[in-house]
Write a protein of this length. Structure first.
Length: 367
């Protein structure tokens, strides 16, 4: 009950448009709780937060129009969840960035997805056929690794990345530049949001449910896309593309930046090609990314022309030692430096995946 009461006042503060992550942190540090901050007088508020008087006065003027109890009751009917900076569900990687949002509004039940390893994919809104093919290829190849695909739900590359993730069985997170309810009012966007939620994905925003997007909110949300992720992949970006803002944030956050090489005659590829010149990793297949992320334990291999994932380090090690020359369990145990019981169990898993074969006499080969 106490936590809900605190969350109610955090939500009330979030409805004041001029309060961003920095002001939220100042309030959090200046007061024992947000209820106390809400009911404080102006002079005490200024003293505890060290905000300028004119800024504090604006907050108090806007605050007078908000009833925390009524607003919270309305919020509870939305089906959204509110994740606060100090909550256990708040994504660890996002917490590391300097301008981490204090609150995240989430649609979907799979909040643990926020902690999963993610790859951000961004690019042109008006993509070419090449951009679509490249996005579909990389996301399809990435899917077996377990990486979550994170993007911004914008037309073009973003939506292709989300849709391909859903088709390939990968989880996906959409980060919005508006409130979630505002996005649900747009039919094409609503349809994709519903697909994402149906497949246990998430839609998140730092903005209250009905907050309208602006030319400032989309660049701001890009820091969240990159902040959630281990790295950002840019697929088709012009020289002034918003995707380059995401790449810049990724660099500032000490995350990896990748880019798909593009047609040198296409303006749509000028930005991504420049990223490569500046040091971004050129990507032609998912394995380029997985190797940099040290996903060798989740290596992708081919079996009957299908991608098959090796789900742990032991499988990867045993598979790498197997060859077309027969080996016994004892021989494999010696080469892998593993117990024979572990080798036997691992071989069974590899057989189920169609990657090894028992040819009789206790001898095994790579299939």
């Amino acid at each position: 009950m106490k936590k809900q009461n605190e969350t109610k006042y955090i939500y009330a503060f979030s409805l004041i448009p001029i309060i961003g992550s920095s002001t939220f942190q100042k309030i959090s540090k200046g007061f024992p709780d947000f209820k106390t901050a809400w009911h404080s007088n102006l002079s005490d508020f200024i003293k505890q937060t060290r905000l300028r008087e004119d800024s504090a006065q604006k907050i108090f003027t806007l605050k007078e129009k908000i009833n925390p109890e009524q607003e919270w009751n309305k919020f509870e009917t939305t089906g959204l969840k509110l994740v606060v900076f100090k909550d256990i569900n708040y994504p660890k990687r996002l917490r590391e960035i300097k301008t981490a949002p204090f609150v995240l509004f989430c649609l979907g039940n799979n909040l643990t997805l926020l902690q999963e390893k993610q790859l951000a994919i961004v690019g042109a809104r008006k993509n070419s056929a090449y951009g679509q093919m490249a996005t579909e290829k990389i996301v399809t190849e990435i899917a077996p690794s377990g990486l979550t695909i994170t993007s911004g739900l914008a037309y073009g590359i973003d939506q292709i990345a989300h849709r391909t993730a859903l088709k390939s069985g990968a989880k996906t997170i959409a980060v919005l530049g508006s409130g979630i309810n505002e996005a649900l009012n747009r039919t094409p966007t609503k349809n994709l949001i519903e697909e994402i939620i149906d497949q246990n994905g998430l839609v998140i925003s730092e903005y209250p449910p009905n907050y309208r997007s602006s030319r400032f909110t989309f660049p701001a949300r890009n820091r969240i896309i990159s902040g959630l992720s281990l790295g950002t992949l840019v697929i088709e970006a012009g020289e002034k593309s918003g995707a380059l803002i995401t790449a810049r944030y990724a660099l500032e956050q000490n995350r990896e930046v990748f880019a798909i090489p593009g047609n040198i005659f296409s303006p749509n590829s000028a930005g991504s090609n420049n990223l490569i010149k500046q040091g971004a990793q050129p990507i032609t297949s998912a394995n380029d990314i997985l190797e940099i992320f040290n996903f060798a334990t989740n290596a992708i291999v081919k079996s009957d022309n299908k991608n098959v994932i090796l789900t742990n380090e032991t499988e990867n090690k045993v598979y790498s030692v197997l060859s077309f020359d027969p080996l016994t369990i004892d021989q494999l145990a010696k080469k892998c430096q593993l117990d024979t019981a572990i080798i036997s169990t691992t071989l069974s898993m590899l057989e189920l995946k169609g990657l090894s074969q028992n040819i009789g006499g206790g001898r095994f080969v790579r299939k």
